[in-house]
Structures are given as C-alpha cells and as structure tokens.
Design a protein around this ligand. Structure first.
Ligand code: 9MR
Length: 358
C-alpha cells in the first residue's frame, strides 16, 4: 500500500542514524527517536511554532523527536480564520522544522467539533453546505499533499454518553449531515492526498472504567462498519491522555481491544500521550514515578501489538504546559506530564519510554 510505503520511508528518514548500531549510551545521546527507530517504530510529539524561539528546546526537539504534529496550528480555527482565506503559516513552519531535521509530519486534524472558526456554524446552515466539508479538506490536505505521513481525518466523533444508539457524538457536523459526514470526510481526504495514512483519532479507549468499556465497544463497531462501507480508514489514533492518580489502564482490556483493531487490518498510532499528575502526592519524586509507571503500563501493551507503528506525546517539555492554577488550583504545582522537564532535562517518564521502546 502506497501510504504504508511513504510512512516507512519517513520512518527510515526519522531513524537514519539507527543503522549505525550505536552503543546504549550513544543511543541515549541521540534521544527517543533513535531508540524507537531501532525497534522499527517512530517516536514524535506535538509542538507549536512559538516554542521554536527557545534554542534549548528546539535542540531537544530535533534530538528526541522523529515525527512532529501540530498542537493547534493545523486546526480549522487557525487554518481558515476567514472563509476561503487560508493561513498556512503555522503549519508550514512546523513542517519546515520537521523537514530540516529529517522528521516525519502528521496532520492534526481535518474535522473536529472543537477549534473551528466562529463563522463556520452559521455558514453550515446554508443550502449547499457540504462544500464546507469537501472544499476545506481538498484545500488543506491538497496543500500538504505528499508531505504528510498520516492525517487525523476526523477527531473524537464517538461519545456514547451523548445517548445516540450508534454512540456517535452529537456535533454540528452530525446535526447537519447525519453520520455520512464521516464517510465524506475520509473519501475527500483520500482524494486530496492518495499517499497519507488516514487515521480515526479518539481518547476514550485507553482506561479501565466501565464507560471506557462502552467506548471500546462502540469504537470497534464504528470501525468495522466503516471498513465494511469501504471508508478508507487505515489506522486508529489512540490519544493516550492518562492520569497518574486517576483511573488507570486495564492492561487486559486494552490488549484485547488492540488485538481486535489489528484483526481488522488497521494500524495503531499513539497520537497524544501525556500523563496528568494533578492530585496525588505533592512530592515531585513520587509524582514523577507515578507518571512514569502509568506511561510504562500503557506503552508496554501498546507496543506489544505489532500494529502499533508510532508513539507521539502531546508536547515534549513541561515548560509549555498550562501554568499552575489550572490543573492543580490548590497546590499551585507546575504540571509534569511529559518526558522532559521545564529545563528540557529527561525525567523518569523519558526513561520509561526509552525502556518501553527498547
Ligand atoms: O493541547 C491543545 C490545546 O493547546 C488547544 O487549545 C486545544 C483546542 O484546540 O486542543 C488541545 O489538544 C487537543 C487535541 O487537539 C485533541 N485531543 C485532546 C487534546 C488536548 O486536550
């Protein structure tokens, strides 16, 4: 399959140094991208262009990440602030950084119920509104054609608690077009970029709670129906937003779910991994340990499945996380959710990822 080949080509570029078989110490010097590449997978992360003004961070990013995705600059609110007037500046800068450093690039995301420009909801009420979906996808996926390893075509369209029998989220897209908007989006993406791997991305299948059981069941049904209808979905994106002191991953349930996804012939990508460390202990060492443990329990299962081809964290350094007061109002502690700390030094989560990859 062409898109698979492109992905592997990009993967080879991302791990170009891996062929040299460096010592463990030298590998660590090179960062997670080299360690992941040795195993035949890609490690990457989301970033935002304003972060590039920090030279130490940019160096860490180039050293650690073999793939880049956009934290928000490739969402519709950023790309089409005014109808038909596209602003590719953020996405293009991220892509330029990725290419300069031999990294692959992910597109996030073409269709979502969130982060849309304010004009869109009203425009959707017009008679020929479908072009608002198809023209947009043609323009964006067309602009990045051939330069994207994988696209999150639709994001977070499952929400069993919205009460529909099919478990779909009751968004403005669904209200306007019915569930077929998902088919339309995937076909439009395939047409605009024949080589990108097309991904369905969501967050509800990771944890062990009963509502996650329901989420997993709906997701499997959604994916198998979509494939039966000939929708070109090639991979499931598992966001991987975990919590160190909240509900944990149930490894057995997760394993069974991933096996079922793989049996459908789909690839799996961990697209947005981070571990919320709010609540719990106030001791940094204990919190870092809990974050690393949650990460390891998750990644061990994810990587055990040969369908998993890439792992991305939602950011690389704690420096750019929301300041205290938002996540942990009482303690005022800085969040420590990512592999590198605020000084871009490696934390236990980094070591947990390196071990999971190795
Ligand atoms: O981290 C992202 C934040 O900076 C944006 O303001 C927000 C809205 O666009 O989206 C956040 O990223 C989300 C991602 O796009 C989809 N899955 C959940 C992510 C984080 O909560």
């Amino acid at each position: 399959m062409l898109s698979r080949r492109l992905f592997l080509e990009q993967l080879a570029g991302a791990g170009a140094t891996a062929g040299l078989r460096p010592s463990l110490a030298a590998q660590a010097e090179q960062g997670l991208r080299a360690i992941a590449a040795r195993r035949g997978i890609v490690y990457g992360c989301a970033a935002a262009t304003y972060e590039f003004k920090y030279a130490d961070f940019s160096a860490a990013l180039a050293r650690e990440a073999g793939m880049l995705s956009a934290e928000y600059e490739m969402k519709r609110a950023a790309l089409e602030p005014t109808r038909g007037a596209y602003d590719f500046s953020g996405g293009d800068s991220l892509l330029a950084f990725a290419r300069q450093h031999g990294m692959a690039f992910r597109g996030h995301t073409l269709v979502w119920h969130h982060s849309n420009p304010p004009w869109l909801a009203d425009a959707l009420q017009s008679p020929k509104a479908e072009v608002l979906l198809t023209d947009y996808i043609a323009a964006i996926a067309g602009h990045y054609k051939g330069r994207i390893a994988s696209w999150d075509v639709v994001n977070e369209v499952i929400q069993p608690s919205d009460g529909r029998s099919d478990g779909l989220r009751d968004t403005m897209w669904l209200k306007r077009f019915g569930p077929e908007y998902i088919d339309t989006a995937f076909h439009a993406a395939r047409q605009a970029d024949p080589r990108a791997m097309l991904v369905y991305n969501d967050w509800g299948c990771e944890l062990g709670a009963p509502e996650n059981d329901r989420f997993r069941a709906v997701t499997l049904e959604f994916l198998s129906n979509a494939l039966a209808r000939g929708i070109p979905i090639q991979a499931l994106g598992m966001q991987g937003h975990l919590s160190a002191f909240g509900t944990q991953v149930d490894q057995k349930k997760l394993r069974a779910f991933l096996d079922a996804v793989r049996e459908m012939g789909l690839k799996i990508i961990v697209t947005e991994h981070d571990v919320d460390d709010s609540g719990g202990s106030s001791d940094i060492a204990i919190r870092d340990r809990a974050v690393a443990d949650a990460c390891r329990r998750f990644l061990d299962v994810m990587l055990d499945n040969p369908a998993t081809i890439a792992v991305l964290t939602w950011g690389l350094s704690d420096r750019f996380l929301d300041p205290p007061g938002w996540r942990d109002k009482l303690s005022g502690r800085y969040p420590r959710m990512l592999p590198l700390d605020r000084d871009c030094k490696r934390k236990p989560m980094w070591a947990a990822m390196a071990k999971a990859f190795a």
